[in-house]
Structures are given as structure tokens and as C-alpha cells.
Ligand binder design. Structure first.
Ligand SMILES: C[S@@+](CC[C@H](N)C(=O)[O-])C[C@H]1O[C@@H](n2cnc3c(N)ncnc32)[C@H](O)[C@@H]1O
Length: 279
């Protein structure tokens, strides 16, 4: 094993450095992710189905409108899209994971729900004045690098009708120590990263100057091939994000904590929901 290479790859990445591999759209990993999304009992990839049901109701309760045109960005296998369509809303849902969208389409057909699913990178979307509500749920907002965040906010603003709402959830600055993943390793015959034997190393890093955390994964396969994955996860104080939303034209910005009862890192007081309006 090339220890020198692994030592180099395992050092703290430069800010916003990219890994050499992509997780969400990898054909094998995206199937493992789909299994995680649709497991109703945990909060990995998607929140538990009970939380999703509560959150969908909370979202609708905060819009006060019936029969909306809704855009769900990063919809995964359509767990929210289905609940919203069942309540009579018209839903368009985008994800760049082919596996998730294929599953979502088959579920919608089986349940006789009319949902428009699209395999697309939401950074490339181009809607204009069509939606009453745009949602970006399960902290995807935090994964966007600053220029991507600005681009998506502009595209969301453009996609909304006048008076339309944007709802997203965001990692906040509370309990940061618990939000940095611990150093760990695993040895598998087959598992999340590969269907052949592998060793996976993981470590978390904090970049306080950019208010971002990195989840750094190194996966070494049986032919000693090394894949690296780096996930950037920004955290925002309200005083920082509200001005960014205002600068993009949003008004009437409301923030909420403890929307979901659990107080693990990705729920409770550790996550802030934002509801902003296009006037
Ligand atoms: C954490 S999961 C959340 C899925 C869903 N919102 C939920 O809560 O069940 C993030 C999803 O966003 C998708 N995604 C991430 N970046 C994307 C992008 N730029 N364009 C489209 N989909 C994206 C991933 O494929 C994944 O399905």
C-alpha cells in the first residue's frame, strides 16, 4: 500500500478542495443512498418518515395557501413531493441522482400521483415566475459553496411567483463540536462505498475563517485504488444569512428553531429553518 500517498491524501484539505470522486451520482453509491433515503426509521440521507410527515405539515402550515405550485430542489426519492401531491398541490421535483428519480417516478406511478420529476442539477435550472413555494430541505443549502449559494438563491428568486415563499433548513452555529465528524475507520467486504472489499478512513475538519466544516472520506479498494470525497458543510448565524437573503431580494424573512423535536446535530435547536418571501 502506498502509505506516502495515503498520508498525503489524509491531511487536512485546503478550503473548498474537491475530492477525486463524486458520491451522489455514482451508480453504485447512489443505490446505497437510495436504500438509506427510503429507510423510514433513521435520519441518514433523508430524515425519518415520521419527521418528514411532521415537517411537510409544518411547511404547509407556514404557507397558508391551498393548491400551490411547489418546486422541491434536491428531492431525493420524492418523500416530501408525494406528501405534498397527496394534499392536492402541483409538485415539480428535481434531483441529479438518476437512481432516486427513477425510484420516485415508479412510486408516483404506483400511487397514481401526478408529480413532475426531473433529473437535473438545480444549479442549472431555469424557471421564471412559476412557483408559490420553493423548498430545499435537509441542509442541502449548507453544502453550497458561496458562489453556488448566490447562484441558487438568484434562480430560486426568479422561479418564484410574486408573493411566493422559499423554505430551507440550515445548520447553525450551535454545538459545533458535535457537528464535526470524529476520526474513524472501517474495513468492509462490501458496503456503502463499494461492492468489493475496502478500507474507509474518515475525518472532520473545521475552517472557522469560512464558517465551514469538512467531512473527509478516503476509500481504498482491493487494487489499492483510492477515492476521496470531501463534503463542505457551512453553518450560518441568523445575523449572517438574513442579510444574504435580503441582498438577493427576499423580504419578510422568518426564522424558526426546534421545528423538529430531536436535539441531535441535524434537528432541534441545531438547525434553523428560514422562510423568505418574494414581494
Ligand atoms: C440530503 S439529501 C435530501 C433529500 C431530500 N430533500 C430529503 O430530505 O429527503 C440531498 C439530495 O440532494 C440532491 N442534490 C445535491 N446537490 C444537488 C444538485 N446540485 N442538483 C440536484 N440535486 C442535488 C442529492 O442527490 C440528494 O438526493
Amino acid at each position: 500500500m502506498n502509505i506516502e500517498l495515503i498520508t498525503k491524501l489524509a491531511s487536512k484539505p485546503q478550503l473548498y478542495e474537491k475530492g477525486n470522486s463524486v458520491m451522489w451520482t455514482d451508480p453504485y453509491i447512489s443505490k446505497q443512498l437510495l436504500e438509506l433515503h427510503i429507510n423510514p426509521n433513521h435520519d441518514i440521507a433523508s430524515r425519518s418518515h415520521e419527521k418528514i410527515k411532521n415537517l411537510a405539515e409544518w411547511i404547509l402550515g407556514n404557507t397558508g395557501k391551498e393548491r400551490m405550485n411547489i418546486l422541491d430542489l434536491g428531492c431525493g426519492p420524492g418523500l416530501y413531493a408525494e406528501l405534498l401531491a397527496q394534499k392536492g398541490h402541483s409538485v415539480t421535483a428535481i434531483d441529479f441522482s438518476e437512481s432516486s428519480i427513477q425510484y420516485a417516478i415508479s412510486q408516483a406511478k404506483e400511487k397514481q400521483l401526478k408529480i413532475e420529476y426531473m433529473v437535473q442539477n438545480y444549479l442549472d435550472m431555469n424557471f421564471e415566475g412559476q412557483f408559490d413555494l420553493v423548498m430545499l430541505i435537509y441542509l442541502d443549502f449548507c453544502a453550497l459553496l458561496p458562489d453556488e449559494r448566490d447562484k441558487v438563491l438568484e434562480k430560486i428568486y426568479k422561479a418564484l411567483k410574486k408573493g411566493g415563499l422559499f423554505i430551507c433548513d440550515v445548520v447553525n452555529e450551535k454545538n459545533l463540536d458535535k457537528k464535526i465528524i470524529a476520526q474513524s475507520w472501517e474495513v468492509q467486504k462490501t458496503g456503502f462505498w463499494k461492492n468489493t472489499p475496502y478500507i474507509a478512513l474518515a475525518n472532520g475538519h473545521h475552517y472557522p475563517e469560512a464558517k465551514v466544516l469538512a467531512n473527509h472520506h478516503i476509500v481504498i479498494g482491493e487494487k489499492e485504488e483510492v477515492s476521496t470525497y470531501i463534503f463542505w458543510n457551512h453553518y450560518y448565524k441568523k445575523e449572517e444569512l438574513v442579510p444574504i437573503l435580503k441582498q438577493k431580494g427576499f423580504t419578510d424573512i422568518k426564522t424558526y428553531e426546534n421545528v423538529l423535536p430531536d436535539s441531535d446535530c441535524w434537528n432541534g435547536e441545531n438547525v434553523t429553518f428560514y422562510r423568505s418571501k418574494k414581494e
